[in-house]
Write a protein that binds this ligand. Structure first.
Ligand SMILES: [Mn+2]
Length: 224
């Protein structure tokens, strides 16, 4: 929320389906960096907040994990009001839940992150224009994949997060941050660690559902 490239209506439609027992918001839900530059807020964003509050009133537990874009919340975390908790990291059912930026060698340099975030928003806007006139390749995706592959960013990130889970004696890690939705097993120090990345609501419109003791990665189609 706060970014022109995001799809709050799609997220709202998913949230609206059924009240879950627990909702984890895995960071970068509110883009404080962009909001500071130029305030951009939509009715859909307000609707999401309303929906979350309504669920929490009816008993859904909401765990808001802070990310680098909503790091303004980190000066208040951990904080709990009613069914809502704001935390930097959380452990649940043997999984570490963390946005992941803490273990990202590139974005850890905050300045680089701010420039990157801004450039990324412009890339998304160019991307939309190109799509409108018929180009099929996603420019922002292409730019991101290439830049980050160049520094072996993704695999470093994934290994770092798996390592964090291993160190804490956990079986897996759930994260976001790199806009790369995936569920897989990572072997680190001869131990198998489950790596789950819920993706994003900009390019992939993806989320993870936990049902009957299983995690499932879900995507919503552009038509919704
Ligand atoms: Mn992030």
């Amino acid at each position: 929320m706060g970014s022109r490239g995001s799809n709050p209506l799609k997220l709202y439609n998913v949230l609206n389906k059924k009240p879950p027992d627990i909702i984890f918001l895995v960071g970068d839900i509110i883009d404080g960096w962009l909001l500071k530059k130029r305030f951009y807020w939509t009715k859909e964003a307000t609707d999401i907040i309303r929906k979350l509050l309504a669920y929490s009133n009816k008993g859904t537990k909401i765990i808001y994990i802070t990310g680098n874009h909503d790091d303004f919340l980190r000066s208040y975390s951990p904080v709990k009001f009613g069914n809502i908790e704001i935390v930097d990291e959380y452990e649940w059912k043997g999984y570490l839940i963390s946005h992941g930026d803490k273990y990202d060698g590139v974005v850890q340099l905050k300045w680089l992150g701010v420039i990157g975030g801004y450039g990324y928003e412009i890339a998304i806007m160019i991307d939309r224009f190109l799509k409108k006139i018929g180009y099929k390749v996603s420019l922002s995706k292409f730019a991101k994949d290439n830049v980050k592959q160049a520094v072996k960013f993704i695999s470093n990130f994934e290994n770092q997060l798996a390592y964090q889970a291993l160190q804490r004696g956990l079986k897996g890690v759930i994260c976001g941050h790199i806009h790369n939705p995936e569920i897989k097993t990572i072997t680190i120090k001869k131990k198998k660690i489950e790596y789950l990345n819920c993706g994003d609501w900009i390019e992939n419109n993806s989320y993870i559902v936990y049902k009957k003791n299983k995690f499932r990665l879900c995507f919503i189609s552009d038509e919704i």
